[in-house]
Design a protein around this ligand. Structure first.
Ligand code: NAD
Length: 458
């Protein structure tokens, strides 16, 4: 089986002194080695500059000081920054963007490797005044463009606050921490909406999922195995689900994590009930569900047969709809936690489309539709408790699947994002681990792309 590399050969080469010179001379892409999370690691390397004059800037500075970071409210000539937080929560017209944005530009060259720029603003749809909405959408545009300009593994992302949501709300603080940390290494040009005060911050940021029981489907290999390992690292007990044919690999994964395995085809009519029964019997509870299992059966539509179309839709979306019905109906009734957290794997193919993938893109766009509607059922006004549901849409990720692509296609696909490299399964896993944590409780119905700001479907 083709093995997925940790860092692709080209990235390794251009990070050697000779390769660096050559790439520079020939004008070739120079992807950086990204800083990735390790337990105990400093949250941000270097000072954090907070810009902007509204409430969010004061709140951000207070939160960052509480985390022991070196916070600056004004830039000084000798400063070097690990992160810049630009707050636009008080912008009422596009002219209001000027001061903060130009200050941000003035420090752009002072950002260290894998630095973070985080813009904070309010949901454009929260105001019906044209100038306010224009200003807010303006922040989105400048953030996306800045993300394209970032160098040396640095990223730019936004946090979109609801009209009455403070930055000190658990969900906003949780989003800030995720985006600042090395856990968001492959997330750039993206926006995390925080629309409510729901959620809670963990007692221990190293174990945010302590005491939780998490089901991960398709856990035998690839991204699913990385999700299982990451949720376990964060303190969760893992229930790995995969087809009987992958039983041995599944046992290998869950045994190494002291979890339990359930051999199950998720398209079975009673899949939801069997997962619930397993969790009740072996663990006495269910807090987190990650719908990761997925398949591709690529063919141009003119050559598509019913077997290819139906199987992809059945595994990638129909099964999730059916299982969610069972989980939501059981929410708060003993086994399923009141605040159930569900996360599902979409794909950038579901956003941009991809030749040969009408079936796959229909299923993955379907996942995004499903999470937005299910969020309403799970929200405060819904009938199924106060939990949350979100999707993660990976771009090009170094897996066995992408290692099998023809070399030239793979090489092009890798470079077509602002970080000029493929992501790793752990990058997707980190985003999932964040979204299923209580610190993301203020975010529901959203899709977060983990794609290095892929040019596809930007
Ligand atoms: P993979 O093929 O390596 O692993 C998928 C796992 O799901 C396998 O272990 C498989 O046995 C299991 N599975 C398939 N059908 C099942 C069923 N009916 N019941 C139970 N288990 C089943 O795939 P991957 O690359 O790790 O992708 C994981 C998820 O991420 C998928 O949903 C995929 O669509 C999505 N995704 C992957 C990429 C990428 O670049 N690899 C990009 C975007 C989205």
């Amino acid at each position: 089986m083709a093995k997925a590399p940790q860092t692709d050969t080209y990235t390794a080469l251009v990070n050697q002194p000779l390769g660096q010179k050559l790439a520079g001379a020939l004008g070739l892409p120079r992807p950086a080695v990204l800083r990735r999370y390790e337990p105990g690691q400093t949250l941000v390397e270097g000072s954090v500059l907070v810009l902007g004059g509204g409430h969010a800037a004061d709140e951000a500075a207070a939160v960052l000081l509480d985390w022991g970071l070196d916070v600056r409210r004004q830039s000084a000539p000798a400063d070097r920054y690990g992160a810049v937080i630009a707050c636009y929560d008080d912008a009422g017209t596009p002219a209001d963007l000027s001061a903060t944005t130009l200050q941000l530009g003035a420090v752009q060259r002072k950002l260290g490797p894998s630095a973070r720029v985080i813009t904070i603003y309010r949901d454009p749809l929260g105001s019906d005044r044209p100038a306010v909405r224009a200003a807010r959408r303006g922040v989105e545009g400048l953030t996306r463009s800045l993300a394209h300009e970032m160098r040396r593994g640095a990223t730019a992302n936004g946090i979109v606050l609801g009209e009455h949501t403070a930055l000190s709300a658990p969900g906003a603080t949780g989003a800030l921490r995720f985006l600042l940390s090395a856990k968001s290494a492959f997330v750039s040009g993206q926006f995390i909406p925080v629309s409510s005060e729901a959620g809670a911050l963990p007692r221990d940021w190293e174990k945010p999922l302590a005491g939780k029981v998490a089901v991960v489907t398709g856990a035998a290999r690839g991204i699913g195995a990385a999700i299982a390992a990451t949720l376990h690292r964060d303190g969760a007990t893992i229930v790995g689900v995969d087809v009987p044919a992958a039983g041995e690999a599944l046992a290998g994964v869950v045994n190494s994590l002291a979890g339990t395995a359930l051999q199950l085809d998720i398209t079975a009519a009673d899949a939801g009930e069997r997962i619930l029964a397993h969790c009740a019997e072996r663990h006495g509870r269910l807090d987190i569900v990650v719908h990761n299992a997925g398949i591709t059966r690529d063919k141009k539509l003119a050559n598509m047969d019913a077997a290819r179309w139906d199987s992809v839709l059945a595994v990638n979306i129909e099964s999730q709809l059916a299982m969610n019905q069972v989980f939501l109906a059981a929410t708060g009734q003993g086994v399923v936690a009141d605040e159930l957290r569900i996360s599902s794997l979409a794909s950038t193919s579901g956003i941009a489309g991809n030749a040969g993938q009408t079936n796959y893109a229909a299923s993955k766009a379907g996942v995004m539709g499903m999470v937005s509607a299910t969020a309403e059922l799970m929200g405060p006004a819904g009938t199924a408790g106060g939990g949350s549901i979100n999707a993660v849409a990976p771009g090009f990720i170094e897996t066995e699947m992408t290692a099998r692509m023809p070399m030239a296609t793979r090489e092009v696909a890798r470079r077509l994002n602002s970080l000029q490299q493929g992501g790793r399964p752990v990058d997707v896993a980190e985003a999932i681990a964040y979204l299923v944590s209580d610190a993301a409780g203020g975010t529901s119905g959203a899709t977060l792309r983990v794609c290095g700001q892929g040019m596809m479907g930007a």
